[in-house]
Design a binder for this molecule. Structure first.
Ligand SMILES: Cc1cc2nc3c(=O)[nH]c(=O)nc-3n(C[C@H](O)[C@H](O)[C@H](O)COP(=O)(O)OP(=O)(O)OC[C@H]3O[C@@H](n4cnc5c(N)ncnc54)[C@H](O)[C@@H]3O)c2cc1C
Length: 393
């Protein structure tokens, strides 16, 4: 059993063999992966040591203190938070060996080809088709709102392989090569002025059967692993006290006494406490995760994250008065990551509007919490026994 002392010993060994001051970033990250210190709860040979997930902090703290580079987790959030746990759970041995190392080191960015113009909340209604031809699948369709597609090397993709069965049953999960000539990525400009996400058109894209993840027709079940992890990845990030949105507004409050009013003070205090409760609840969720895959509970964290981000960024704009209406830059950029704290209050206010949509809308997450956490009666589902091809669209 790998305990705290053993992890410290291995971390010291890594640092001695690859001193951060003289080792290139990429080489250090590869060596860290190979030493099993990337994600310690992953199996040996795949960047981990089969240790309790809660011990990751031991390694991270030691490496940070030694000035070691990290893998810039915000830039590769979809890979780390969604693709990796799905590959780990459903991938073949070859798939795990091929994809996990460059995913973790950040050499290969991943994106998520799930949503379509006619399938967002009702994701199982998706229409992108994958048709078997020999040892490959030929994929045609359109995806939308695909974050990071413009920088991605790989995508997790769900497509319809059998239109003749009910919608949840006819879906299969694939790994798609974003450099394939049949993949066309077009920017979509958001309310922030940036194009952080894209439309993706798939035309006769040939995906070898060796890049199927899970069984044919079992894609919906595989996708649940991705979606449950997505909610935890979006809403359950580890944060220090006053990390996240509450940080900048608290800082402004302290530094700019001339802006303060009694009413705003009451609201700031209330939101500060709620942000702290959400942060600590996230810690508890992460502790639960040390003993298994995330379940529907992650939906609650993501709900709280979206509401708090929108209320806190609204308060910040109000506090700043006229200054809060300024916006630093309307140039259409295509960023590689979402940086809430590195930008101005206007950006935070606008970008947080998407928080209650991405990773499942708040309305849909409330349904999930109602049905699968609280055990309340489910919504009527009239289409669950109807073949997808016979559904009205
Ligand atoms: C910033 C951002 C990044 C994103 N990145 C990605 C990505 O990388 N990959 C990807 O695949 N997708 C991505 N998405 C898409 C996202 O998952 C979808 O937008 C989301 O699931 C909602 O789907 P929709 O936009 O089709 O809205 P719809 O499903 O059409 O919903 C419209 C409205 O109806 C409500 N509604 C729908 N069904 C119900 C119901 N049963 N009960 C109550 N209300 C309901 C919704 O809450 C919403 O208010 C991203 C979205 C955003 C905003």
């Amino acid at each position: 059993m790998t305990d705290e002392a053993e992890l410290k010993r291995r971390t010291a060994e890594l640092l001695a063999a690859h001193p951060p001051a003289t080792t290139g970033r990429g080489d250090f990250l590869k060596a860290r992966f190979d030493a099993g210190l990337a994600w310690v709860h992953y199996p040996e040979g795949l960047g981990g040591l089969g240790a309790p997930r809660s011990l990751q902090a031991v390694v991270d703290t030691e490496l940070e203190a030694a000035g070691a580079p990290d893998n810039d987790p915000r830039r590769i959030g979809i890979g780390l938070g969604m693709a990796a746990p799905t590959i780990l759970r459903y991938g073949t041995e070859e798939q795990k060996q091929q994809y996990l190392r460059p995913l973790w080191t950040g050499e290969e960015v991943w994106c998520q080809l799930f949503s379509e113009p006619g399938a967002g909340s009702d994701l199982a209604a998706l229409g992108t088709r994958a048709v078997r031809e020999g040892d490959a699948w030929v994929v045609n369709g359109q995806k939308v709102w695909t974050s990071s597609a413009h920088v991605a090397r790989w995508a997790i993709l769900i497509a319809r392989t059998d239109p003749g069965v009910p919608k949840h049953a006819g879906i299969t999960y694939f790994i798609c090569d974003m450099t394939d000539p049949g993949v066309e990525v077009r920017p979509l400009r958001q309310i922030t002025g940036e194009a952080e996400f894209n439309e993706v058109f798939l035309t006769d894209v040939r995906i070898p059967d060796s890049r199927r993840l899970g069984e044919v027709g079992d894609g919906w079940r595989v996708a649940q692993t991705t979606l449950n992890n997505e909610r935890v990845a979006i809403g359950g990030m580890r944060l220090p006290r006053e990390g996240g949105m509450i940080g900048p507004v608290s800082k402004t409050w302290r530094e700019r006494p001339e802006l303060r009013t009694h009413d705003l003070h009451q609201r700031l205090l209330k939101l500060w406490v709620e942000a702290e409760v959400a942060r600590l609840t996230g810690e508890r969720l992460r502790q639960q995760l040390t003993v298994g895959q995330p379940g529907p509970e992650g939906a609650g964290m993501k709900l709280a994250f979206a509401r708090l981000n929108q209320e806190i960024s609204g308060l910040e704009v109000e506090l700043l008065g006229e200054e809060g209406l300024l916006y630093d830059d309307w140039t259409m950029r295509r960023p590689e990551l979402v940086d809430f704290t590195g930008r101005d209050a206007g950006y935070r206010y606008l970008r947080s509007k998407g928080n209650s949509i991405e990773g499942g809308t708040s309305e849909v997450l409330l349904n999930i919490v109602a049905e699968r956490v609280l055990g309340l009666p489910s919504e009527p589902r009239t289409d669950k026994d109807v073949a997808w091809k016979d559904l009205a669209r």
